[in-house]
Design a binder for this molecule. Structure first.
Ligand SMILES: N[C@@H](CCC(=O)N[C@@H](CS)C(=O)NCC(=O)O)C(=O)O
Length: 201
């Protein structure tokens, strides 16, 4: 049976959300990033000592976006790409959110909340969030063309991008200037599978 390693209060939320969307039977193996992920048995699964990772009957995958692209293609039916062009675009948006959005947004969230030992500083948080204007503009323009990133249906591309942008909601950052992003993100994060994954089952 598919095993998903991680805890919901981390990037493993993405993989748990995807597993829930797929409706596949899976075992959630609670693995805390500061403790369990550093133990030899977990390092044999992900030598980086990070979560999430999956073990799908012996197919081990780590890196959250790779995990989700695999799950979508194997179990996701309409959540996965239907042809090579969609496959390329699902990868494109997944790599994009990791390279253009993830780090500045996480730093902004840490400054906002004081998480992970960061100094709580709202001015700094807003400054860091300001670095995201360009990518948010890009996303907003895409969403002017189609309701979801690959077209008319919710796919792994939306899930991967929305899972990173969920930190903007968590940090209370104002997405109102990007009206389409704001509405799309609320829609994605309100999906029942997202709520179930957040529950950390
Ligand atoms: N690029 C990796 C990053 C994974 C990652 O850094 N996860 C954090 C939890 S949110 C972690 O395991 N941190 C433990 C550490 O860095 O030691 C991915 O997306 O899967």
């Amino acid at each position: 049976m598919l095993k998903v390693y991680g805890v919901a209060q981390s990037r493993a939320f993405r993989a748990l959300w995807m597993a829930e969307e797929c409706g596949v039977a899976y075992e959630h193996v609670p693995t805390h990033f500061q403790t369990d992920a550093k133990q030899p048995d977990y390092l044999a699964i992900n030598p980086n000592g990070r979560i999430p990772a999956i073990d799908d009957d012996g197919v081990i995958v780590w890196e959250s976006m790779a995990v989700n692209l695999y799950l979508a293609k194997k179990y996701g039916k309409a959540l996965g790409p239907k042809d090579l062009a969609e496959d390329a675009h699902a990868s494109q948006w997944s790599f994009w959110v990791m390279t253009e959005v993830e780090k500045p947004l996480l730093n902004a969230l840490f400054a906002r909340t004081g998480m992970m030992g960061a100094k709580k500083d709202d001015a700094e948080a807003e400054l860091l969030f300001g670095e995201l204007k360009k990518p948010l503009e890009v996303l907003d323009r895409q969403l002017a063309q189609s309701p979801y990133l690959l077209g008319d249906r919710f796919t792994v591309a939306d899930l991967n991008v929305a899972s990173v942008l969920s930190w903007a909601q968590m940090g209370g950052f104002d997405l109102a200037p990007w009206t389409r992003v704001s509405a799309w993100l609320t829609g994605c994060l309100s999906r029942p599978a997202a709520a179930k994954a957040r529950g950390g089952r």
